[in-house]
Structure formats: C-alpha cells, structure tokens
Write a protein that binds this ligand. Structure first.
Ligand code: SF4
Length: 331
C-alpha cells in the first residue's frame, strides 16, 4: 500500500472532513451575528463524492475520519452518510464534532453505526452565558445530548473554546466535571477563524495560562502519557472517572507529529489548518477522475504539507490574513 508521508517523515492517517458550511448556532468566536455567506448547495461535496474521497484516502493509509462542519447534523440525511462510511472496512474510527443541538434523538443509531467518539462543543455550563456566546437558546438540548452521550457506548469529549473575558471563570467547573463523569474535557485556545479576523484580546489565554488557571482550583493532577499525534496534552484528577486536556491549537506546539489532512465542505484540500487551501477536488471530481488518478493526486499534494502552522500561515496567498470562519473549514 502506498502511504501519505510528508518530507518531515509524518504519515497522514487522519482525515478531517467538513460536510457543510451551514450552522444553526452563531458562536462569536466563529462567525458574525448575521452569519457567513454560505455557498450554493451544488458547490458542497455530494455524499457519493465524500465516500469516494474517503475510500481513496483509506487505500493510502488513512484510517480515521472526523466529520465536522459548520454543524454536520444540519445537513439533510447526514445519518445516511454515516451509514455509507460505516461500510468502508479500512476506516477504523469514525468521529464527529457537533454542537449537539440536533443530536439526542440520533444517539441509538449512532451507537449502532459504531461511531467512535463525539466531540461536543459546549463553552459554558450556564444557559444565559451559552446564549451570550452562541446567540441561540439551545443550552438544554445540548446539555441533554451531553447526558445521553455520557451514558452511551460512544466516547464523549467536550470541546471548550477558552475566550478571554467570556468563560475563563468556568475552567475549574469544567475540570470538576471530569471527576465523576465519564467524559474528556478539552480546552481549546481561541483562534482568529471567526469570519472577521483577530479580535482584540487583552489577556492571552494560551496553553500555559489555562494550565495555571486549572492549578488554582485543582492543584493536584497527574500528567497522562502523550498519545502520538494527539492534538491535546492530557491530565487526570486523583481517582477521577474522566480526564481533561488542553489543545494548543493557536500556539501550535503540536505540529511535529501532525497526522492530519483537512477537506472542506466544497472539496478544498488543506494540508494544514492555517493554510488557505492547496487544491480543489471538485474540479477533478466533476471530470470523473478515476480512483487510481485520485490516489495519485493525493500522493502528489498531501506530502507537500508545511512543517508547521506558522509556515502554513506565512505561505498563504489567496487570503493572507487568517480570518475565514471556522465554519468554512471544519476545525
Ligand atoms: S497547525 Fe497545521 S501542522 Fe500544526 S498541528 Fe495544526 S494542522 Fe497540523
């Protein structure tokens, strides 16, 4: 089997694929209140195209996929896509990132489809602050989803974007959740992918600052072994059921063993979160490219992955400033 290995010796085994740029929430760190200019439906990858792309990549050693958005569950028949992908025997793990507002009634079927992990985006445990951040009133649907997923056989991770001046006072509360609950708390550094660009932040809440804050409320915890290519540095409270971790997504100290390639909802390949797209697959899919040619294309493009996110940002050409909404990338 040919493999996707870049010039730094990193093997690409993990596909993060966005199924839509649409979302039912309006999180302040992701998009403006009026939302973003969404693409015409015909420009989105079809489920058949997503299946073909995934199959070709799995024949090149990719064994894990994360489906993201926008919000994947707003796309019609998303559950059917999951069913299609579950027939790909080369896929070892199917994971989903969701805001959880449209999930709870799908959980039995998600278990049946052996979805491995669901990352639930929830930035506050307070309904009024949840509304302040998301500009939507879905707190109770999301919290119901949290409770139901925790009881399910699906691994549950909570994604919390740490927003200076907004939710930093809840860091200790989220860590405390991992004491009794069967879940993994993941704090993510805020990034400028918010549809308008870098917001003026008085205090920088990076990995070290978040860890410092955790120590204030939870001075005792153990450092867990770092899994190869994991995006988060993980920890565990004494005798706890769950664990917590920090993803240094903006300080980019995790690039040395990055195993990820992204494909946006419109088919743009991103070799790094911080690049501005390297090749649009729609162009060749529309011309009925063969599976072998599609694999050759991946073998040509993906090994050109930049050394790290800083180099990727420097090399941006189409849109020099990192400002596009995360809803157009998929996270
Ligand atoms: S910034 Fe780019 S290279 Fe670094 S971990 Fe993220 S995707 Fe990988």
């Amino acid at each position: 089997m040919n493999k996707l290995i870049d010039k730094y010796g990193r093997q690409i085994t993990y596909l993060r694929l966005a199924v839509t740029d649409r979302c039912n929430l309006r999180c302040k760190y992701c998009m403006p209140a009026e939302g973003i200019k969404i693409v015409p439906r015909k420009e989105l990858l079809s489920y058949k195209e997503i299946y073909r792309i995934t199959r070709a990549l799995t024949e090149l050693g990719v064994n894990k996929i994360r489906l993201t958005g926008g919000e994947p569950f707003v796309r019609k028949d998303f559950m059917q896509l999951l069913e299609m992908l579950s027939y790909n025997d080369l896929l070892k793990k199917i994971n989903i990132t969701t805001n959880g507002a449209l999930v709870k009634h799908n959980i039995p079927k998600l278990e049946e489809l052996n979805i491995n992990t669901i990352n639930l985006s929830i930035d506050s445990l307070k309904p009024e602050r949840f509304f302040e951040i998301t500009r939507r009133n879905n707190f109770h649907d999301v919290f119901d989803t949290l409770n139901l997923l925790e009881k399910s056989k699906i691994n549950l991770k909570l994604n919390i974007v740490v927003q200076p001046g907004v939710n930093t006072d809840e860091i200790g509360d989220f860590v405390a959740l991992s004491q009794e609950r069967n879940l993994s708390v993941r704090f993510i550094e805020e990034m400028p992918f918010n549809g308008t660009g870098q917001r003026t932040i008085d205090e920088v809440w990076n990995y070290n600052r978040i860890l410092e804050e955790i120590r204030k409320s939870h001075p005792e915890f153990e450092i867990l072994d770092h899994e190869k290519s994991s995006t988060s540095k993980n920890f565990k409270l004494p005798d706890s059921t769950g664990n917590f971790g920090i993803i240094p997504a903006y300080t980019r100290t995790i690039c040395h063993d990055c195993n990820r390639v992204r494909i946006t909802a419109t088919g743009m390949i991103k070799n790094c979160l911080f690049d501005d797209g390297v090749f649009n697959l729609k162009e060749v899919l529309n011309k009925d490219i063969s599976n072998e040619d599609l694999k050759d294309l991946f073998l040509e493009i993906i090994p050109q992955k930049p050394k790290n996110g800083f180099v990727a940002e420097e090399n941006r050409r189409k849109n020099p400033n990192v400002s596009e909404s995360m809803s157009t990338i998929g996270g």
